[in-house]
Design a protein around this ligand. Structure first.
Ligand SMILES: [Zn+2]
Length: 388
């Protein structure tokens, strides 16, 4: 078997979606076209996303989450008992609506663009899980290694449980979490059996637990519902992730955390180094932490000192929210700083977060996203020559 390449290049998930795809997505959501018709249209967009990645030198490719409305809301199509609700609709269930709207405006949150899957009845799989169909198409159209991002159990539980809508079926979040864990466990086993190489559990809302303003109600990932103190939330997140992956070998698991990707206005997004999160992230039984590090908002890298080589790092080296293409030499410099805390075998290279995020409001264009991936691949080549 060939020796594994150092500094594998991969993406975090979403690719930008073309106008015609968003149009088709809306028609499907309005019931004007069937899922099959939509998928035929979306196939072309997925093929383009794969080709962009392959051409840019990406080693572990994804399907760009191209068929999804966003990285977690798409589960409404795959699970029964969920209803897709706009953030603006959910506002009706919030006590201090006016105050909350004010917060959303201040944070530049597109309340009409953000939708959340809300548990309104017992949540069950419809046919074959959440991402198995996506993975099958991806595997059929690339010979490279594959990555499937799926919503993590904490994200899904937290965004789906909503007082006034979910509590008749699930009196508490804990009750919903049991079904979420069961569904995700089946999912990751199915993806592994299909030969997916890398499963990324997206858990961006744990950032909000740590970096969000405690006094403010939050919206991140439409996690409008209650949140208790940070320690309780983080313990809950660790437990759920570990329940999902428990005893499953033969596939690489990663957990992705970012500071939000809903706006290009850096000053409204969450900031702070990973220090407060690392004690919990290190206890998650996954091989890799997929982290934003290109944005200065992710803070100092010295926080990894105490955790040298404990995990692999999926190092964010390009910012999807800017138009400037990162310079490969600068990326190399950044990786070299990280080599103080991680061996070369432990470092994967990726952009900070998805290039698409929300279908209605992509943070990048395909041309820019492509050039950013190319810059990462060039940096990886330089590093491989030096550290082979
Ligand atoms: Zn992200």
């Amino acid at each position: 078997m060939a020796k594994a390449k150092l500094f594998p290049v991969t993406t975090v998930g979403s690719w930008t979606r073309p106008e015609w795809l968003i149009h088709a997505l809306r028609r499907r959501q309005a019931g004007e076209i069937s899922v099959e018709e939509f998928n035929r249209i979306a196939d072309d967009a997925v093929l383009a996303a794969i080709k962009y990645q392959e051409d840019a030198g990406v080693d572990i490719v994804s399907d760009g989450e191209t068929r999804r409305d966003n990285f977690y809301s798409f589960v409404v199509e795959k699970l029964s008992g969920m209803r897709l609700m706009k953030l603006s609709e959910l506002l009706d269930y919030i006590k201090d609506r006016a105050g909350f709207e004010e917060i959303l405006r201040g944070l530049d949150v597109p309340a009409f663009a953000i939708k959340s899957p809300i548990a309104v009845a017992r949540v069950r799989e419809r046919e074959e899980g959440i991402a198995v169909d996506e993975a099958r198409f991806l595997k059929a159209h690339t010979t490279r290694q594959t990555k499937m991002p799926i919503p993590g159990p904490y994200l899904l539980t937290r965004s789906s449980w909503f007082e006034g809508l979910s509590d008749q079926t699930y009196p508490t979040r804990e009750d919903l979490a049991k079904d979420v864990v069961r569904i995700l466990r089946r999912e990751v086993i199915a993806l592994k059996e299909m030969g997916v190489d890398f499963i990324q559990l997206d858990e961006p809302s744990i950032s909000q637990v740590v970096y969000g303003d405690e006094a403010e109600q939050t919206f991140m990932c439409a996690a409008l519902g209650s949140r208790s103190d940070p320690t309780t939330e983080l313990e809950f997140a660790v437990r759920l992730v570990n329940e999902v992956v428990d005893g499953i070998d033969g596939v690489r698991f990663g957990v992705h955390v970012c500071r939000g990707n809903w706006s290009r206005k850096e000053d409204v997004l969450l900031k702070g180094n990973y220090g407060p999160l690392l004690p919990w992230l290190m206890r998650m039984n996954v091989a890799q932490l997929v982290l934003e590090m290109a944005t200065p908002r992710a803070g100092e890298i010295e926080v990894f000192k105490e955790y040298r080589n404990e995990k692999e790092i999926g190092l964010g080296v390009a910012n999807p929210r800017t138009d400037t293409i990162e310079n490969p030499q600068q990326i190399v410099g950044r990786v070299k700083q990280m080599l103080k805390y991680f061996d070369p075998e432990k470092i994967f290279l990726n952009p900070d977060c998805g290039f698409g995020t929300f279908a209605e409001r992509c943070v990048s264009t395909p041309e820019i996203a492509y050039r950013k991936l190319q810059a990462i691949s060039e940096a990886a080549e330089i590093l491989r020559r030096e550290y082979a």
